[in-house]
Design a protein around this ligand. Sequence first.
Ligand SMILES: CC(C)(COP(=O)(O)OP(=O)(O)OC[C@H]1O[C@@H](n2cnc3c(N)ncnc32)[C@H](O)[C@@H]1OP(=O)(O)O)[C@@H](O)C(=O)NCCC(=O)NCCS
Length: 191
Amino acid sequence: MRVLHAEHLTLVPVEARNARELWEVLNAPDLRKYQDIPRVRAEEFERQVRARPKALRPGATGRFEWLVKAGEPQDAVGWISLRVNDRTPRVGEVGYSLILAARGKGYASEALGTVIDESFESAELDEIQACIVPENVASRAVLDRTGFREERLLRSGAVIRGRHVDVLLFTITRATWDRARRESLSRAGNR
Ligand SMILES: CC(C)(COP(=O)(O)OP(=O)(O)OC[C@H]1O[C@@H](n2cnc3c(N)ncnc32)[C@H](O)[C@@H]1OP(=O)(O)O)[C@@H](O)C(=O)NCCC(=O)NCCS
């Protein structure tokens, strides 16, 4: 996996060497209201990261994750992940979180836009999905800002703190992403 550069952010692939840095972010407050994040010991987390796929390429499946870094000097302020399932290797599912101090600056939208580009370019996916708890208004706004479309409600589609909850499924297809990119390129070309 490669380091991804965006306007305000650097997305650094999570590997064994920096797994502990993510583990520390995962234990920050205010991250678990709308999602389940397993609490594991740092060594166990490093072991899990070591077992993940190393390259995001066509047909690759598993969990691909980046630390979101911002500021001067660049600090880890969150993470963004892409999961590609063995059964549907051309469909990915994204997840993203920021620590409290990094919210309200457009970082999640910027990071998600960057990972969408990378996922369609490097992994040749056909579709990217995201599932959110309907109450998570901030996350819905991130999906709206990055071109996702709301599909349907998945009854008991997730488990949070042991409870089954309904989630909303959002998607963005390669065709939609291609069109948006062409439009923004032609807008830039007309300036
Ligand atoms: C979901 C989450 C990442 C959204 O974070 P966020 O800061 O609201 O989203 P963004 O980083 O895209 O920032 C958007 C906000 O920045 C503001 N902003 C400032 N500069 C901006 C810019 N250049 N571009 C876009 N937005 C900008 C926007 O106005 C918006 O503010 P608003 O929320 O007051 O309308 C965050 O709430 C979070 O980590 N929650 C906990 C974990 C979680 O629930 N994750 C999702 C699970 S599905």
